[in-house]
Design a protein around this ligand. Sequence first.
Ligand code: CA
Length: 225
Amino acid sequence: MRILLIEDEKDLSSIIKQGLEEEGYIVDVANDGEEGQYMAENYPANVIILDIMLPIVDGLTLLSNIRKKGISTPVILLTARDAVLDKIKGLDTGADDYLTKPFVFGELLARVRTLIRRQSAVKESIVRIADLEINTSTHEVMRGGIHIPLSAREYALLEYLAYHKDNVVSRTDIVEHIYKEDTDMDSNIVDVYINYLRNKIDKDHKEKLIHTVRGAGYMLRTKEV
Ligand code: CA
């Protein structure tokens, strides 16, 4: 999943970026409102974390601008402790949630996960496909009750497939949401990681859950395509 972080305080933004990356998210950072608006309009993101006090274009103006352009990406506003009016204005302008600075990082993570779930068909923190269980809070993956250790990249790919279970996801979708900007779109990186996942998730099981949809992409589901 891809997150756009618009925050001008460099120390804070690098802490948030690092924490999110450790959770397997791809994070794009903008340091002012103008750059943030450009990125929000031109790069796909699953969630935008938006500071209100920003240079050039402030967060609420940015939010209003992107909503007017029909961009519906969920937005979490970062507000100052005493800025009650900002929160009200923010929600009225189209923010989905807000967090008051200073906040505990775990709370930001929980809110990000909630907004990602809200966009998907998955409404619970544990996604189940046959005997496969993916805990999106702890990143624990089990098949048939047995824990499956995955790398951060493998987990990110599996989670993306899980949030779109029973739907085909294309290689382009995967590259855009799971890999960094400089990933070569023509590379076979997605196929390589799908193979890693198959070895860990499907190899020892009769029922295969990761399916290749010829010419379209991949799908996580119980029945054969
Ligand atoms: Ca700020």
